[in-house]
Design a protein around this ligand. Structure first.
Ligand code: AMP
Ligand code: ZN
Length: 484
């Protein structure tokens, strides 16, 4: 495949050349499960989905790893504030693990509803503490750490590449542009690898470590788990744009300090934010929109999926109810068109086989193939889903394309778009009770004709049904019918 991705590392479009040909190791930062995901968070997972589906459609074997943060994430990404999990558990009168399980389940139900393919490997921070400790030990052995106030810190001044991803300048960092309230830090950019002297008396989850009983900083989990499942160097790492200056910058520092290998990750993919007309959406600030709140207003989660596909992942997307309404109308029109095509070509049942090996292959070089090629080219051009959607519509509106070809090509495209167009096509296949009764009546009439030796009449009924895409099979217990 000829995929080009915008690599935040270097800030340019680059051809995707995996480390191992034909395979891609991909790590996407997952949710902190202290609350429901808001629809902005879901944009990040939708971007991961678009990327994995595009790679897979291009024949690349993708190992997609996602973490679940259930410890260590403070309300400020810069080691400030309270532990998000602990605060949520307190507010709700539950244990941290109960909170984590509840919101992790809610998260998976959200992504399932949006038809986001689940990652190949889902790993929880609390189940990888030994891996984190082992990695921190390697960082410490390399001389990149110091202890202060009971915590173990990463000393960014020891790591020459620090801040390259975010194009941060060491000079600015040292000058204290981001002075934090943590007086233990030698430089405001230094960050905690392991907390022992917790500022939270009530820290629920603590583990023994060479640095004392405590818990990990937030960033180390992603380094430890991605290295465990994808190796010391891998292809793609993704997350929201907010992760560039702190979380991903610190992940790189830790990982490369521990392994000595540069670059740790070849391609960095960051999605822009979904914004409300009122401004930023934030989980911590409360008052955010969840997928449930969209469903409660009568929208289908796939309407929201369609809305997201309509924007390029690297552009800010403004959410509004009008925009969601527009997406719903477009998706309805799309499904209507798919149903009409399915009705016009009863011989092509989506259940009857793989559309890619079906009539889509016919007429190579024809307009359906041209649309499919343009669709693929759009996605391979830094995942341009708006252009890909436009190609789908172009295909469906082209009167020169025979219905069977248009339908087959659309279903193929939907392997990446994930709009469940096959369901719309299949709905059309469900006969009404009247139609089913009519078919049964014709079968009975044919049986009578055969009994009366009117074979021509019997064949006429069979052929008439066949023209409608219905075949009859005579067995010992009578005749059954099925769609072609
Ligand atoms: P969190 O659960 O807070 O760690 O965030 C999960 C993911 O959502 C991260 O990749 C964030 O960068 C991303 N994210 C947070 N807010 C938004 C937003 N408004 N629009 C798009 N992505 C977001
Ligand atoms: Zn991460």
């Amino acid at each position: 495949m000829a995929l080009t991705l915008f690599n935040t590392r270097g800030r340019e479009l680059q051809p995707f050349e995996p480390i191992k040909p034909g395979e891609a190791g991909f790590y996407g930062c997952g949710p902190t499960v202290y609350n429901y995901a808001h629809i902005g968070n879901l944009r990040a997972y939708m971007t991961h989905d678009l990327l994995t589906r595009t790679l897979r459609a291009g024949g690349i074997r993708v190992r997609h790893v996602m973490n679940i943060t259930d410890v260590g994430h403070l309300s400020g990404d810069n080691d400030t504030g309270e532990d998000k999990m602990v605060r949520s558990a307190e507010e709700r009168g539950k244990s941290v693990l109960e909170i984590a399980e509840f919101y992790a389940n809610a998260f998976f139900s959200d992504i399932d509803r949006m038809n986001i393919v689940r990652p190949s490997i889902i790993c929880k921070a609390t189940e990888h503490i030994p891996e984190m400790i082992a990695l921190i030990k390697r960082i410490e052995e390399g001389g990149y750490t110091y202890s202060a106030g009971g915590n173990l810190y990463f000393d960014i001044s020891r790591f020459p590449h620090y801040g390259e991803l975010a194009m941060l300048r060491m000079k600015d960092l040292r000058a204290g542009a981001r002075t934090g309230p943590d007086e233990n830090k030698r430089s405001p950019g230094d960050f905690v690898l392991w907390f022992t002297k917790s500022k939270f008396e009530n820290q629920a989850l603590v583990w023994d470590s060479p640095w004392g009983r405590g818990y990990p900083g937030w960033h180390i989990e992603c380094s430890a788990m991605s290295i465990k499942y994808l190796g010391e160097q891998f292809d793609i790492h993704a997350g929201g744009i907010d992760h560039v200056p702190v979380h991903h910058t610190n992940e790189i520092a830790q990982s490369e300090a521990a392994t000595g290998k540069h670059p740790w990750v070849k391609y960095w993919v960051h999605n822009e934010f979904l914004v409300l007309d009122k401004g930023k959406m934030s989980k911590s600030a409360g008052g955010f929109l969840t997928l449930r709140s969209l469903i409660d207003k009568g929208y289908d989660p796939l309407d929201y999926r369609y809305l997201l596909l309509g924007g390029h992942y690297r552009s800010q997307l403004q959410f509004s109810w009008e925009a969601l309404e527009g997406a719903r109308n477009s998706r309805r029109a799309l499904n209507d068109r798919i149903r009409a095509l399915a009705a016009a070509c009863p011989a092509l049942s989506p259940a009857a086989g793989n559309p890619s090996s079906g009539s889509a292959g016919r007429g190579a070089g024809g307009p359906a193939e041209a649309r499919t090629a343009a669709f693929t080219a759009a996605l391979e051009d830094d995942l341009s889903s708006p252009r890909a959607l436009a190609e789908l519509w172009g295909l469906l509106r082209d009167p020169a394309i025979p219905p069977a070809e248009a339908l087959a090509a659309a279903l193929n495209m939907d392997a990446i778009l994930g709009l469940k167009l096959d369901q719309a096509a299949a709905e059309n296949r469900k006969e009404s009770p009247e139609e089913a009764a009519e078919i049964e009546e014709l079968i009975a009439r044919r049986a009578r004709a055969k009994k009366e030796k009117d074979f021509a009449g019997a064949d006429a009924i069979r052929n008439g049904l066949k023209e409608r895409g219905i075949v009859l099979e005579d067995g010992k217990t009578g005749t059954i019918w099925r769609r072609l």
